[in-house]
Design a protein. Structure first.
Length: 698
């Protein structure tokens, strides 16, 4: 007989699970003390809602089927039987639902009572995890009713006719979503010096769940944020925290129903506190991000090695989610359009101040260590050289040296516009540095003549040689000026240009004695310059020129493209040579760059995130929206620009990055220095990235 195979529809590009996200939910049901029927039905309703919402996991409060404040009623058989009956009801409800439910109840095991979390799905009890640490101080008396987890003997128990794994060293793993690996601990467990979840993390758990009751007192809500956030960060995991709410006894305590979801230290979701209703909150967790961080941080692997003997005791319980990936399921998660630039104005100002000071401190150190007190910098009237000059000026101020020890040089070429030349001169006046202007056209013409280039014979040939002769002449002048004046050449090229190879190699803008911008992306430089302008650091005149520079189209100004007219070279008037027409919008390319070098995402996932971030221009989280053109991009444009990025980044540009000048690393978003974050071969192929790109629908 011929074997048959079951075929499933192809996963949808628009389904969050296709890209290794998982929707994780927390339920805070309204409860009644010692009323398992009511509590079970409230829990069941939230489970149904979580499943309908596409959640893979939903967690409920500690001892929720009974209510945490049942106290000595936990020793009443009727209540214990009622809790098991409520659990049986939940098993029935769950039979046709893919969502994993984690519920809290008291369970009798080996003639003792344990405070337990039961993990169930599709009518099956997957695992039972008892509480390890029983608080018996202050308002807590749990040791009066319960036994700690390490007092149990059995590793498996029979519950409601099913055999299930029992213990704390359990990881519950989804076979069809391999990065979803759950561990559950209960309330006090996470308040201890070494929570059980720390070991579970090393054993492979990516989503840590805490069933808590946790009464509220002044300041406790903020402390829970710190506790949960830090545990998620230390464990490189998602941490899901539940808490008891309305209905718990107020005899001596109060309850706020605070539920939290964090991912690697980042806050994702929180319930509304002090509500007299059931609540369900959820967040979409990036499982790939967690896995990537664990691979990247070698100290995580060291921790696994140090605790290997203990970790071998962990058992894995597998289950199948069986989610319908063929249907679209939109991502519900804030994805910043500008990952290098905080959208909140206060945080953005703090970021700009910190970045600026990192650059200044690094430059000061290089000047001090070299014994050189002068700088030479080429000023184009564009963004990068403007920001580098601002950093240089602040460095001189910090050292108590006059700004006249900065030699700013503007070097108009064949396509330099009147606008950028004027901006360069105005900027240098506002800074108060020494300013010079050197017309590089004569030396460029001589070079083109020496090369036998057609331009020397009057032909309008504007090829790469024509462009790079100008870039090389500028750099050559800067280095010889540095020799002549006893100065360092300060580089200006930014991270975005290095990523895309948009810099002239060797004796071009690729080279300098020291570069302050090499790990700062273009989108952040725009906001750094605006921050200096708006905080009045250059006075009124300086503010005006900085705003004019920000409003100028980004261009290398190397090719005169208009018909003959009143141009700077007499052959053709300089027209717009738009950088972004060649390499794509920087706002998209910086997005691509961040998710490539910081998280290692493949192109299809980057496109999925980009469409989520850039697909709706009505969103209100633009950084400084009054100054930014609000663009939205269809998937086709996102894919086109991403193809440019993949091709330029993975083929043909690494040789430039392999020998970049010294420059300070500024942010955790990454650096492309071969001495820092990025070591890559100069002759790699982009084939696997392009193949993944082709998975993106047209």
């Amino acid at each position: 007989m011929q074997a048959t195979t079951t075929s499933f529809p192809a996963p949808s590009f628009d389904n969050l699970y296709t890209h290794d996200f998982a929707r994780i939910a927390v339920g805070v049901p309204l409860c009644r003390i010692a009323d398992p029927v009511f509590n079970g039905e409230q829990t069941a309703q939230l489970l149904r809602e979580a499943a309908a919402d596409g959640a893979a996991v939903v967690a409920f409060p500690e001892l929720g089927l009974a209510a945490y404040t049942s106290d000595d009623l936990f020793h009443q058989r009727a209540l214990l039987d009622g809790c098991e009956a409520a659990l049986a009801h939940l098993l029935t409800v769950s039979r046709d639902l893919p969502t994993v439910a984690i519920v809290g109840l008291p369970l009798r095991v080996e003639h003792r009572l344990f405070n337990c979390a039961v993990v169930l799905q599709r009518g099956r009890i997957l695992a039972v995890l008892p509480k390890s640490y029983l608080p018996n101080y202050g308002e807590f008396y749990e040791a009066r009713q319960f036994n700690a987890a390490d007092e149990a003997i059995s590793e498996d128990i029979t519950l409601l006719g099913q055999r299930a794994a029992f213990g704390t060293r359990l990881v519950i793993a989804a076979s069809d979503l391999p990065l979803l690996r759950l561990h559950v601990e209960i309330c006090e467990d996470v308040w201890t010096p070494i929570p059980p979840s720390s070991y579970a993390t090393l054993a492979g758990a990516t989503v840590l769940v805490n069933l808590s009751a946790s009464n509220v007192t002044i300041g406790k809500a903020g402390y829970r944020h710190q506790l949960v956030g830090q545990q998620s960060a230390r464990c490189l995991a998602a941490y899901v925290y539940t808490s008891a709410g309305a209905g718990e006894s107020s005899t001596d305590l109060a309850w706020d129903g605070q539920a939290l979801i964090y991912e690697n230290g980042s806050f994702l979701a929180e319930s509304e506190r002090f509500q007299r209703r059931s609540q369900l909150v959820s967040a979409d967790v990036d499982l790939e991000r967690l896995s990537r961080e664990r691979m990247r941080q070698t100290s995580f692997g060291d921790s696994v090695r140090h605790h290997a003997s203990l970790l071998k005791a962990f058992r894995t319980v597998e289950f199948e989610l069986g989610l319908d990936l063929a249907q679209p399921l939109a991502l519900r998660r804030r994805i910043e359009r500008f990952p290098y630039v905080p959208s909140d104005r206060l945080r953005r100002d703090e970021r700009c101040n910190e970045v600026f000071n990192i650059q200044v401190q690094a430059l000061v150190q290089r000047l001090v260590s070299s014994g050189i007190h002068k700088l030479v910098i080429g000023i184009s009237g564009g963004l990068d050289s403007t920001h580098a000059l601002l950093v240089a000026a602040r460095a001189m101020d910090q050292m108590g040296w006059p700004r006249s020890q900065i030699l700013g040089v503007t070097m108009p070429g064949f396509a330099t516009s009147t606008r950028t030349r004027d901006q360069a001169l105005r900027l240098m006046r506002a800074i108060g540095c020494e300013a010079r202007e050197i017309d590089i056209r004569p030396s460029c013409e001589q070079m083109l003549k020496d090369l036998g280039h057609p331009y020397a014979n009057g032909e309008a040939v504007y090829d790469v040689t024509f462009e790079n002769v100008q870039a090389g002449e500028r750099t050559s002048h800067l280095f010889r000026l540095a020799n002549h004046t006893g100065a360092l050449v300060l580089g200006t090229g930014d991270l975005s240009e290095l990523a895309l190879g948009w810099c002239t190699y060797g004796v071009g803008d690729h080279m300098s004695h020291y570069n302050v911008n090499a790990s700062v992306p273009k989108t952040l430089i725009q906001y750094l310059v605006r921050w200096v302008a708006e905080t009045g650091q250059l006075g009124h005149g300086g503010r005006d020129v900085l705003l004019d520079i920000l409003a100028t189209e980004i261009s290398p100004e190397l090719v005169p493209q208009a018909p003959a007219g009143a141009g700077v070279d007499g052959r053709g008037a300089p027209a717009l040579q738009s950088t972004e027409d060649h390499i794509g919008r920087y706002e998209l390319q910086d997005f691509n760059l961040f998710y490539t070098i910081r998280h290692g995402h493949a192109p299809a996932k980057i496109a999925f995130l980009a469409r989520h971030a850039w697909g709706d221009k009505t969103r209100g989280d633009w950084p400084d929206g009054e100054h930014v053109q609000r663009n939205d991009y269809p998937l086709a444009e996102i894919k086109r620009v991403l193809r440019i990025f993949v091709t330029r980044f993975f083929r043909g540009s690494q040789f430039k990055r392999s020998c970049v000048p010294n420059a300070p690393k500024v942010g955790s978003g990454g650096s492309l220095s071969p001495r820092g974050d990025w070591r890559a071969p100069s002759d790699s192929e982009p084939a696997v990235w392009l193949a993944d790109l082709d998975r993106i629908p047209d």
